[in-house]
Every structure is written in structure tokens, then in C-alpha cells.
Design a protein around this ligand. Structure first.
Ligand SMILES: [Zn+2]
Length: 310
């Protein structure tokens, strides 16, 4: 009797182990008729979740605190990309080390760079490279709305049976994004004009500054791939002291070391500059928290910036 019971227990355990395996669960979802989608950054996964709703099963490769510029796909990631029905990534070289993988995956399945669907004349040029664009488009809500429309259209093309649902979901999500934009404009209006300077570890906030009339400075360039030197620290310190800037910001996906060097540098010059808080730039917050959603992280950034600079 006991033996029989043990055997049953063992087979249950074994079955659930197989069932929760990566490929196994994807297969199960496929049987449920869900579209398996793999994305790079969480901001894109958030679009797919909202627009795809019950028809999709979404996995983001890059979780909280992960820097997409330096990210290298693991064997497990390749598996997730291979198992997917569709892949959405940012493009414009945000995922600088993954270009070849996307090219390869694109031969078998829809592999869509959502930021590259935005008309080039709306993009900001890179300061360091005349042929490149700033990839951090999610900080301009109007541009990010084009990414939402791209996801809507690609899902509809892949799964025309549910086109109406994708349209309806996208409309709701786009409406919510416009509300966030209105909130941002209203909040930023509280910052005195001369204090509208945003200093962070790397140049992730160019579109943000462009959208809301805030001057943006980063210690590192558009990609964290570039090194920063003593000279960059000194020139930023010079700006902070001469313009009497009160706060600088750290980013969740980048070491605090560089910004702390700037704070120290200002201190030596007799100027106190505070760390205004942590911003979500290239990665969102923990899943299951407010900041683990695009809208939540955007509002967190607005509130943090406004309370430190106003
Ligand atoms: Zn970045």
C-alpha cells in the first residue's frame, strides 16, 4: 500500500518537474492556443501583455536591474527565443550584442524591432555617431505609442482571428499612456524652469528631456559600452557647481559608482549636490510591483525627478 502511494507521489513530482520545464510549459501554452512571445526589455513585454491580453504568453529576457547595452544572450535565452512564436525587441542597437541572434531568428518567425518602426525623422540622433539614433525611445510617450501600434498590427497579422481584441486592448492602453503623459506635463510644470536639468549616469533620458523641455546630461554616452573618464566627471562637476544644481540621479541598471564620483567632486568644490533618488532607465522594477509596469516606472521617475528638483 505504502509502496503504491510512494510510486504515485513520485510520478506526480516527476510530471510536475517536466511540466514546469521551459519547453514543456511553452508546449502546454501552445496547446491552449496562446501565442508564445519573447521580448528583450520589460517595457516591450508590458506592451505585448497589455495588447495581447489572454491570447499571449510573454517572457522578457532582461529583468530588473539588467543593462541591455551589455546584455549577452545565455543558452537559456536562445532556447526561449527559439521556442517563441514571435519576438519583439527594441532595436536601434539598444541590444548591442544580440544583432546576429535577431537576424537568425528573423528567418523563422516574426522578429520585430519596435523602435525601428518609428519614422526616422522623429528619432533623436546620437551625439557620438552621426549614423546612429538614440535607442531610448520609450521615454517619449508619443513615440512609444507607435511601438504599441506596431505590436498591435504584428499580433493582428500573426493571429487575424483576434484582431478585434488587439485593437480594443491597444486603444485602452494608448489612452492610459496619454493620461500618464498629461500627468507628467502637469508635474514637471512645478519645477522652476532654471532647475530643469536632469543628470544621470548615462544618456538614457534624451527623449524624456526632449518631450518635456528638460536639459539632460549623462556621464556616459547613449550606450554604457563607452567608458567614462576623470574628464567627464570634472566637466559634469563644473556644470553642477556653476549652475547651482541641487540633485543628480542614479539608475537602477547602472552602478552608482559613477554618480557618486560626481557628488564627491562637487563636495570638494564646496557644493552640495544630493542624490535625488533612483530612476528606472533601461530596466523596469521588480515584477509584481507598481514599478514593474511601464506606467508604474514612468510615474515613479516623474515623482522622483519632480520632488528632487522642484
Ligand atoms: Zn541605455
Amino acid at each position: 500500500m505504502l509502496k503504491k502511494w510512494l510510486l504515485m507521489l513520485m510520478s506526480i513530482v516527476l510530471f510536475s518537474v517536466i511540466g514546469t520545464g521551459c519547453a514543456g510549459s511553452n508546449e502546454a501554452k501552445k496547446e491552449e492556443g496562446k501565442i508564445i512571445v519573447t521580448t528583450t526589455i520589460g517595457q516591450i513585454a508590458d506592451i505585448v501583455k497589455n495588447v495581447g491580453g489572454e491570447h499571449v504568453e510573454v517572457t522578457a529576457l532582461m529583468g530588473p536591474g539588467v543593462d541591455p547595452h551589455l546584455y549577452q544572450a545565455s543558452q537559456g535565452d536562445i532556447q526561449k527565443l527559439s521556442n517563441a512564436d514571435m519576438i519583439f525587441y527594441n532595436g536601434l542597437h539598444l541590444e548591442g550584442k544580440m544583432g546576429e541572434i535577431f537576424e537568425k531568428m528573423g528567418k523563422d518567425k516574426p522578429t520585430v524591432a519596435v523602435a525601428e518602426a518609428i519614422p526616422a525623422e522623429k528619432l533623436l540622433k546620437s551625439a557620438d555617431d552621426a549614423n546612429a539614433y538614440d535607442p531610448h525611445v520609450w521615454f517619449d510617450i508619443d513615440l512609444w505609442s507607435i511601438a504599441v501600434e506596431t505590436v498591435r498590427d504584428e499580433l493582428s497579422k500573426f493571429d487575424p482571428k483576434h484582431e478585434e481584441d488587439y485593437k480594443k486592448n491597444a486603444e485602452t492602453y494608448l489612452q492610459r499612456l496619454q493620461e500618464v503623459k498629461a500627468y507628467a506635463e502637469e508635474q514637471i510644470a512645478q519645477i522652476p524652469e532654471e532647475s530643469r536639468v536632469l543628470i544621470t549616469a548615462h544618456d538614457a533620458f534624451g527623449y524624456f528631456g526632449h518631450a518635456y523641455g528638460i536639459e539632460v546630461m549623462g556621464l556616459q554616452g547613449l550606450s554604457t559600452d563607452s567608458e567614462y573618464g576623470l574628464k567627464d566627471v570634472q566637466s559634469l562637476v563644473e556644470t553642477i557647481v556653476s549652475r547651482n544644481i541641487k540633485a543628480v540621479f542614479i539608475e537602477s541598471s547602472i552602478s552608482e559608482k559613477s554618480i557618486k564620483a560626481v557628488v564627491e567632486g562637487a563636495k570638494k568644490r564646496g557644493h552640495t549636490v544630493n542624490i535625488g533618488g533612483e530612476l528606472f532607465s533601461d530596466a523596469m522594477g521588480e515584477e509584481g510591483t507598481e514599478e514593474g509596469t511601464y506606467i508604474g516606472m514612468y510615474k515613479h521617475n516623474i515623482d522622483t525627478i519632480v520632488s528632487a528638483l522642484k
